[in-house]
Design a protein around this ligand. Structure first.
Ligand code: MG
Length: 254
């Protein structure tokens, strides 16, 4: 299949899908609070994505049972929303996908519940910066490995590790398209980036070791050593200049 180049018209639709994802995340970020059950976030996400004219992409994807992935503290990704009540000091990764007119948007943020520890704050802020650095490396003419290496180097220079078993990905009509985008690896390798490629970059950064384990629900991915983990993701389009962030939260309002 290879990496699919999207037309301007297709990217325009993906911009709308991305806007829906960003709007839902913005709403969740405003509403999340201590005492809330994670399933309440899922209900809001499902309601808002439909209100905005999209469909939740994750529900039913390989059997995933919810609209939203909610991963708390030592959970990395793919947490299933449920009865867990959020507590002051938690960090919560919210990963949302929406389908609009046959195209996908996918983004994630990690947010704080009330006051969090300085260590948690540093991890979350660094992971967001890691994603920004990865996006800055995603330029026409660069290689895919340049994104991977930038992400790894940035995170490891701060004393953190990047998850190896889960990666970013191409995105378009399908939630997961080629290529896989590891968050580690050598620069100057892999396919050349070209205008019209649409990619979901998603560094998962652990305070401790990079190793993971999957929980009893067969979905939730945990840090093997129990350390905190943060996750940020954007869907981007490669252009002639800086990549365009299709799921940008800037200027998004509920
Ligand atoms: Mg993704």
């Amino acid at each position: 299949m290879g990496i699919i180049i999207k037309s301007e018209r297709e990217i325009a639709i993906m911009r709308q899908a991305g806007r829906i994802v960003a709007t839902v995340l913005n709403i969740l970020m405003k509403q999340i609070k201590e005492g809330m059950k994670t399933k309440e976030l899922d209900i809001i996400a499902g309601r808002e994505v439909e209100r905005l004219g999209g469909k939740p992409s994750f529900k039913g994807y390989r059997g995933f049972p919810a609209n939203l992935c909610v991963s708390v503290n030592n959970e990395i990704v793919h947490g299933i929303p449920g009865e867990r009540a959020l507590r002051q000091g938690d960090i919560v990764s919210l990963d949302m996908g929406a389908t609009f007119k046959g195209f996908q948007g996918d983004a994630a943020v990690t947010v704080a519940v009330g006051e969090i520890s300085p260590q948690a704050r540093e991890l979350v802020a660094t992971t967001e910066d890691v994603l920004k650095a990865g996006i800055a490396a995603a330029r026409s003419g660069a290689r895919l490995g340049d994104i991977s290496a930038t992400i790894q180097n940035y995170a490891e220079a701060k004393g953190y590790s990047v998850v190896r078993e889960y990666t970013g990905h191409g995105i378009g009509r399908e939630l997961h398209e080629e290529p896989q985008i590891p968050n580690f690896g050598p620069p100057g390798t892999g396919p050349e980036l070209k205008k019209g490629m649409t990619l979901a970059l998603e560094p998962m950064v652990n305070a401790g070791d990079w190793r993971t384990r999957v929980g009893d629900d067969q979905w939730t991915v945990f840090t093997a050593d129990g350390s905190l983990s943060a996750h940020f993701e954007h869907t981007i389009a490669i252009t002639d200049g800086e990549a365009e962030i299709l799921t940008s939260l800037e200027g998004v309002y509920a």
